[in-house]
Design a protein around this ligand. Structure first.
Ligand code: ADP
Ligand code: MG
Ligand code: MG
Length: 252
């Protein structure tokens, strides 16, 4: 089964240390949620794991099924099975959604094993139907002019089609109405399997009403400072983060 391990991860942006030693271990079949106040490094963690050039990893180790992730280029990480759906997906003019998806799928396959056009279209149409997406989105430029909800749905479409081992969702719930939230949750729940782990980063507990995490972690000041079960998310929703700070003697 899939095994993803983050050990003592430190990362800087413009020489400022943002991640100060993150430890997190997850297995296929598990859903982990990371919650925390704004500005504590949650998105930095997601970006550093994906190899975003803006973030410099200065210490620590990350392995996926024993393979050294930090040694991999960005595209190798995707090929190894890491997938990140972002808070603010980028728009790419001139590349249609379907072109993008097909090349992303093929980039993860061996040469000569590319997906046939017919099979690809059939899969894409099926997945879009499940997500209640208008078929015309296949032919629109990637995220261009998409509403917030449409972008999020599109991220879930990519997730469905790329079949990743580790899915990282970074505040995919921000700005979503309840219907879109339910579609995102249904996509995640449908994709739950022993071979796949989910890391759901969220500021609010809302999404966790629809996706029940196995573990909830609190991130503060660049570290995971507390871990628990779903009840921890409920308490954070009800009482905010101050009690965690008091309990741990964190001042800011
Ligand atoms: P979170 O996702 O928990 O809200 P972030 O990881 O986005 O937190 O940000 C953590 C810290 O890093 C913040 O102080 C933020 O201002 C800083 N930061 C994040 N991204 C950048 C960037 N691209 N350039 C400069 N500072 C950044
Ligand atoms: Mg933020
Ligand atoms: Mg963030």
């Amino acid at each position: 089964a899939t095994n993803f391990v983050i050990e003592g991860l430190k990362a800087t942006i413009d020489n400022k240390e943002i991640l100060k030693g993150v430890n997190l271990s997850m297995k296929g079949g598990e859903i982990h949620a990371i919650m925390g106040p704004n500005g504590t490094g949650k998105s930095t963690l997601a970006s550093a794991l994906m190899g975003h050039p803006k973030y410099e990893v200065t210490e620590g180790a990350v392995t996926l099924d024993g393979e050294d992730v930090l040694e991999m280029e960005v595209d190798e990480r995707a090929r190894a099975g890491l997938f990140l759906a972002m808070q603010y997906p980028s728009e790419i003019s001139g590349v249609t959604n379907s072109d993008f998806l097909r090349s992303a799928i093929n980039a993860r396959r061996e040469e000569g094993q590319e997906i046939s056009l017919i099979k690809f279209i059939r899969q894409m149409e099926g997945s879009m139907k499940e997500l209640d997406m208008n078929p015309e989105f296949a032919h629109r430029y990637l995220n261009e002019g998409f509403s917030g909800g449409e972008k999020k749905r599109n991220e879930i479409l990519q997730m469905l089609m790329l079949d990743p081992k580790i899915v990282i969702l970074d505040e995919i719930d921000s700005g979503l109405d309840i219907d879109a939230l339910k579609i995102v949750a249904a996509g995640v729940n449908k994709m739950r399997s022993e071979d796949r782990g989910f890391l759901i980063i969220t500021h609010y507990q809302r999404l966790l009403n629809y996706i029940t995490p196995d573990y909830v972690h609190v991130m503060m000041q660049g570290r995971i400072v507390k871990s628990g079960g779903p009840e921890l998310a409920a308490r954070l929703e009800a009482e905010g983060y101050d009690w965690v700070k008091e309990e741990l003697g964190i001042t800011d």
